[in-house]
Design a protein around this ligand. Structure first.
Ligand SMILES: NC(=O)c1ccc[n+]([C@@H]2O[C@H](COP(=O)([O-])OP(=O)(O)OC[C@H]3O[C@@H](n4cnc5c(N)ncnc54)[C@H](OP(=O)(O)O)[C@@H]3O)[C@@H](O)[C@H]2O)c1
Length: 237
C-alpha cells in the first residue's frame, strides 16, 4: 500500500489531505509537533487507522530531513507521495504594524517550512523511482489579493518555488502540482460554524490529484465548488 507523507497535517488543509489519502486507500505518515497535535489530528480525521504520526519541528532546517533519514533507515515506512501545507497567521495586520520578529516568524512557518519539506523529500521520491509519485503543495489567492498582507507575502514567495518545482520535475517520476485555493477551507466543525468549505469536502481535490495522472507540473486552480469535482489544470510556463 502507498503512503503519503503530510507536512502541516493538523491544519485545516492538512487534515483534508490526510482524509483524501485515507479515502484513496493510502496510508499516512503525518509530521506533527507533539502528542497534543497527534490527538487533534486523529480527532479531526475521525480515525487513527492508517495514520502514523512522527514528531519533528518542520520549521527548523533539519526537521523534515531527520524524518526522511529515519525512513531511509527503515524506522518509518517509505512514502511515495508528499503533501505540504504548513501555514502561519491568517490575520489582516497592516504592513506598517508588522514587526520584524513577526515577519520573520511567518516567513519561516509559511514559506521556509514548505521549502524545507520540498528540498528534503524530493530526493527520496526520485531515488525510489515509483512511477506514480506526487509532490503537492497548497497556496492561496491571498498571495495575489493581499487583503491580508502577512499571509499574502508568504504565499507570494511560494509561487516561484512552485514554478521551479514544476520545471524541475517535468521529466522525473514525480508529478509536482500546486493547489491554488481561492476560498476558505476549515476543519469540519469550524467550517459549519463559519459557513465556509469543510476540509472533508475539499479532500476530493487531493483524491483526484493522486489518481489523475494528467495532473503534472501544473497549478490546480480551486476557485469554485465545481473545481472540487473536476481538476482545473493550468500550465504556468
Ligand atoms: N485554509 C484555507 O482556506 C487556505 C486557503 C488558501 C491557502 N491556504 C494555505 O494553506 C496553508 C495551510 O493553511 P491552513 O488553513 O491549513 O493553516 P492552519 O490550519 O493554521 O495549519 C497550519 C499547519 O502548520 C502547522 N504549524 C503552524 N505553525 C507551526 C510551527 N511554528 N511549528 C510547526 N508547525 C506549525 C500547524 O501545526 P499545529 O496544528 O501543531 O499548530 C498546522 O499543521 C497555508 O500556507 C495557507 O496560506 C489555506
Amino acid at each position: 500500500m502507498e503512503t503519503v507523507l503530510v507536512v502541516g497535517a493538523t491544519g485545516n488543509i492538512g487534515v483534508s489531505a490526510v482524509t483524501a489519502a485515507l479515502r484513496s486507500k493510502r496510508n499516512v505518515l503525518a509530521i506533527v509537533r507533539n502528542d497534543e497535535s497527534s490527538k487533534r489530528l486523529i480527532k479531526h480525521v475521525g480515525t487513527s487507522e492508517g495514520i502514523i504520526c512522527v514528531q519533528a519541528d518542520v520549521t527548523s532546517d533539519n526537521g523534515v530531513r531527520n524524518v526522511v533519514d529515519q525512513v531511509r533507515a527503515g524506522k518509518l515506512p517509505a512514502f511515495q507521495h508528499v503533501w505540504s501545507s504548513v501555514g502561519g497567521e491568517y490575520v489582516s495586520v497592516p504592513l506598517e504594524e508588522i514587526d520584524t520578529e513577526r515577519l520573520r516568524r511567518n516567513m519561516n512557518i509559511s514559506f521556509e517550512a514548505n521549502f524545507f519539506a520540498y528540498r528534503d523529500t524530493i530526493g527520496f521520491l526520485r531515488d525510489q523511482n515509483h512511477p506514480q509519485s506526487t509532490w503537492t503543495i497548497c497556496t492561496g489567492m491571498q498571495g495575489e489579493l493581499a487583503i491580508f498582507p502577512l499571509p499574502a507575502m508568504t504565499q507570494g514567495a511560494l509561487f516561484p518555488m512552485c514554478i521551479a518545482g514544476m520545471r524541475e520535475n517535468e521529466e522525473t517520476n514525480v508529478r509536482f502540482n500546486e493547489v491554488f485555493l481561492g476560498f476558505r477551507v476549515e476543519h469540519d466543525e469550524d467550517a459549519i460554524t463559519h459557513g465556509v468549505v469543510k476540509a472533508s469536502d475539499f479532500a476530493t481535490v487531493y483524491e483526484l490529484i493522486l489518481n489523475d495522472e494528467t495532473a503534472r507540473s501544473s497549478r490546480i486552480k480551486v476557485l469554485t465548488p465545481e473545481d472540487m469535482k473536476k481538476l482545473n489544470i493550468q500550465k504556468r510556463y
